[in-house]
Design a protein around this ligand. Structure first.
Ligand SMILES: Nc1ncnc2c1ncn2[C@@H]1O[C@H](COP(=O)(O)OP(=O)(O)OP(=O)(O)O)[C@@H](O)[C@H]1O
Ligand SMILES: [Mg+2]
Length: 342
């Protein structure tokens, strides 16, 4: 319970800190807003299955050229949101705007401009990658040989394109799933956990592919994940959801680095260290119940850590370890640990 209270305090601090930063950078943000354009927005989007809300009053905004990370623990509502974005299921209430138009009203026209990959892609195993893509293309009125070769080249499957899909590894099937999403030359692709079930090498390949699609092919990307570090590696903006509700959204680096860091300090003598820390205005000491095994837990801005170390040492305290953890990371870990009861 104590830990939860600290986390709640901290996330509030983080949000207020971000709001403050916004005021400081108001002019540059104003200019930036003129250049950026929201291409996907949800407005109080909700989905209820019987009595349970899988997604509740969700408001997110994806701008052109974003690699937008949609982060949440298991059962948070990521796949349900993605299925609504791809128009595979209807919202219970709220709406979705794509390229400034209502998805519900302009479904056919808007879906042509996006590509999607929902959970595990399904292919005909006895057909080659080429024939699978030709078949998918035929559902959209036909696709040229050169386009199929082009997308298979992008996902690095061109040299295996005539092999039967049943002979592909999981990573290759996942990349073929992304090729399938690209076939109609979309401006936006929506990928549900594209690295799910892959080994570290497979995950790295998919991350590199996502970066290439963004930087070289100018495609806006929306991808979901339950791993914060993965979103940090590929995304510039993100939203976190938990239990169907938006927790926070914004610039990834700004969200991760703003606010106070939770810092564990191992120092001797313990009482002297606590006494010094209590006298420092920009360091918040967590109450004694959290200080176990000689570890002191404080909250402080990251930039403050070297000065904190120096003050302790100058006062005759011997510091053996200072371990910072970013507040959002801390918060997300708590959220993920609590997700099993969702
Ligand atoms: N068709 C359905 N009928 C009933 N409940 C559903 C249905 N689909 C999803 N849910 C429920 O909605 C909630 C959100 O599920 P969802 O699959 O969207 O989560 P998720 O964030 O994609 O999770 P994961 O990381 O495990 O893929 C869960 O409680 C789930 O049981
Ligand atoms: Mg899911």
């Amino acid at each position: 319970m104590g830990g939860q209270a600290v986390v709640n305090f901290d996330i509030k601090f983080l949000i207020s800190n971000l709001t403050r930063n916004k005021q400081v950078t108001n002019n540059s943000e104003f200019a930036y807003k003129f250049m950026s354009e929201p291409i996907l927005q949800t407005h109080n989007l909700s989905k209820r299955f019987k009595k349970r809300f899988a997604v509740s009053e969700l408001n997110i905004e994806v701008e052109r050229s974003d690699v937008f990370g949609f982060l949440g623990p298991n059962g948070a509502g990521k796949s349900t949101t993605i299925r609504m974005l791809l128009s595979l299921i209807n919202p219970t209430s709220g709406k979705i705007t794509l390229f400034g138009k209502n998805l519900h009203k302009h479904r056919g026209e808007l879906l042509k401009r996006i590509g999607g990959l929902v959970e595990k892609p399904d292919f005909y195993g006895h057909l080659s990658a080429y024939d699978n893509l030709k078949f998918i293309g035929s559902l959209y009125g036909g696709v040229s040989r050169s386009r199929i070769e082009e997308v298979l080249d992008i996902v690095k499957l061109k040299d295996r394109m005539y092999d039967k899909v049943k002979t592909y590894s999981h990573g290759m099937k996942q990349r073929l799933g992304i090729a399938q999403a690209l076939i109609g030359n979309p401006e936006l692709i929506i990928l549900d956990e594209p690295t799910s079930g892959l080994d570290p090498q497979g995950m790295k390949e998919v991350r590199e592919l996502i970066r290439t699609l963004s930087s070289e092919h100018n495609i806006t990307i929306f991808l979901s994940s339950h791993l914060l570090y993965e979103i940090e590696l590929v995304s510039n903006r993100m939203a976190i959801i938990n239990k169907g509700k938006l927790v926070i959204q914004g610039d990834v680096q700004e969200l991760l680095n703003s606010g106070e860091h939770r810092v564990q300090i191992k120092a001797e003598p313990h009482e002297k260290a606590e006494q010094v820390i209590k006298s420092l205005p920009s360091v918040h000491l967590v109450d004694g119940t959290e200080n176990r095994n000689g570890v002191i837990v404080v909250y402080t801005p990251f930039d403050n850590i070297p000065a904190l170390n120096k003050v302790l040492v100058d006062n005759g305290v011997s510091v053996s370890a200072i371990i910072p953890r970013r507040s959002l990371e801390d918060y997300f870990l708590e959220m993920t640990e609590g997700a099993s009861d969702v």
